[in-house]
Design a protein around this ligand. Structure first.
Ligand SMILES: COc1ccc(C(=O)NC2CCC2)cc1-c1cc(C(C)=O)n2cccnc12
Length: 121
């Protein structure tokens, strides 16, 4: 039926949702939860041409916009790189991004993904 069709998740979507939840947990202050606005970050939209945040990544997962894991990882890296581009090194946002990037990348190493398979299949 139509309703059931909408709810179904592909294995890739289930993997990406699991990884996203794990990454979001490492951003307790929710600095990366929503798009950065020019009101909280003056000139942001002029400096950052490709903004990215966890809510946008979530929407892309729901829209099945990611063809593979790598595209998801690229958006996560883009999100962190934007923060180290716009913010000065002595800011909490720069430091948060510097800390979040390696933590998130460690979640998608082959070793970590192998551990996931039984959970997600
Ligand atoms: C969705 O973005 C945000 C949401 C909430 C907060 C926030 O709670 N900031 C308070 C902690 C000291 C003020 C900051 C941000 C924020 C993220 C960012 C990023 C990610 O660059 N940022 C840059 C400059 C100023 N504010 C921010």
């Amino acid at each position: 039926c139509v309703l059931r069709k909408i709810a179904e998740r592909t294995p890739l979507q289930r993997l990406l949702e699991h990884l996203l939840r794990s990454m979001e947990k490492r951003d307790p202050q929710q600095f990366f939860a929503w798009p950065v606005t020019d009101s909280i970050a003056p000139g942001y939209s002029q400096i950052i041409t490709n903004p990215m945040d966890f809510s946008t990544i979530k929407q892309k997962i729901d829209d099945n916009s990611y063809q593979n894991l790598n595209e998801f990882v690229e958006d996560f890296k883009l999100m962190c790189d934007n923060a180290t581009t716009y913010n000065h090194p002595d800011t909490i946002y720069y430091k948060a991004a510097k800390k979040l990037l390696p933590v998130g990348l460690k979640m998608v190493t082959p070793e970590k993904l192998r551990q996931l398979r039984p959970v997600l299949t």
